[in-house]
Design a protein around this ligand. Structure first.
Ligand SMILES: NC(=O)c1ccc[n+]([C@@H]2O[C@H](COP(=O)([O-])OP(=O)(O)OC[C@H]3O[C@@H](n4cnc5c(N)ncnc54)[C@H](O)[C@@H]3O)[C@@H](O)[C@H]2O)c1
Length: 250
């Protein structure tokens, strides 16, 4: 029997991209997948697809920066099976505009970027942790980025903070039996990336890979399934890079 049978996973940004792929993979393993997205209709549509395929899923609307709403969402998720076993802090802003200089991006957009990418992780972790405490094998997986290791962009700075929070929360929550790890994906051809990343940027980033080929959602799903599983029971406070070698040695 899959270790996910009878366990509950909350995935932020679960309406599309990695988040939807995480929820789908976990539900197909037998987990209850709770997909939270600022776009509630996308979250519900993704959950409906999972249910149609025979899995258990719930789609909920919610902004990860909204403390009161995240408290409601986590309580609702915990209702299903008496707690939460896995939180994936995946929701994030990552369009190309967040790669421009801070002087061009401006304070309001910089603030929203950090609110969603950084404070969203804090908000959801604080809301979920009380429901995770004491659950055997409970863990959190944060989605950082290879941009965190390269430096030089507002987006990368926000994801460097996610890597830092991973270590800090691993320290704080370890004594409660909750492991906290992160994944730093490289260039992964999700729908958003295919539609929004300028071809020149894509070519520049791909040229940094040490192995040929395109990174895909499945590569990040595999990393998540490992970090969240019993196989990683002694792994916490780590950032796993899945980049085709793009960020190797940086
Ligand atoms: N695709 C890549 O190549 C890549 C590489 C490195 C890191 N990442 C990171 O992985 C994560 C997911 O990436 P993706 O490509 O699947 O992105 P995506 O844009 O396809 O999906 C992100 C989802 O998050 C939701 N979201 C945005 N703001 C939110 C908020 N405030 N509250 C709740 N939900 C919100 C969006 O509605 C969307 O459904 C992001 O954190 C991104 O920074 C992606």
């Amino acid at each position: 029997m899959s270790e996910w049978q009878g366990r509950t996973a909350v995935v932020t940004g679960g309406g599309r991209g990695f988040g939807k792929a995480f929820g789908t993979a976990l539900a197909m393993e037998g987990a209850h997948a709770v997909l939270v997205d600022i776009d509630g209709s996308e979250a519900e549509a993704a959950a409906e697809e999972i249910r149609a395929a025979g899995g258990w899923a719930l789609g909920l609307a919610g902004d990860v920066t909204d403390e009161a709403r995240m408290a409601e969402v986590m309580a609702r998720a915990a209702d299903a099976q008496g707690g939460i076993d896995l939180l994936i802090n995946n929701a994030g802003l990552h369009s190309d505009e967040y790669g421009q200089p801070i002087t061009k991006l401006g304070l309001a957009k910089m603030r929203r970027l950090f609110d969603v990418n950084v404070m969203g992780v804090v908000c959801c972790t604080l809301a979920a942790a009380p429901h995770m405490q004491g659950r055997a094998g409970a863990s959190i997986v944060n989605i950082s980025s290879s941009a965190a290791h390269m430096g030089g962009s507002p987006y990368g700075d926000s994801k460097l903070a996610v890597a830092g929070l991973t270590i800090t929360f691993a320290r704080e929550l370890g004594p409660l039996g909750i492991r906290v790890n992160a994944i730093s994906p490289g260039l992964m051809l999700t729908e958003t990336i295919r539609n929004e990343l300028p071809p020149a940027t894509m070519a520049r980033v791909k040229a940094m890979q040490l192995i040929d080929g395109d990174g895909a959602e499945e590569d990040i799903v595999e990393a998540m399934l490992y970090l969240a599983s019993r196989r990683a029971r002694f792994v916490t406070g780590e950032v796993l890079r899945v980049t085709g070698g793009m960020a190797a040695g940086v």
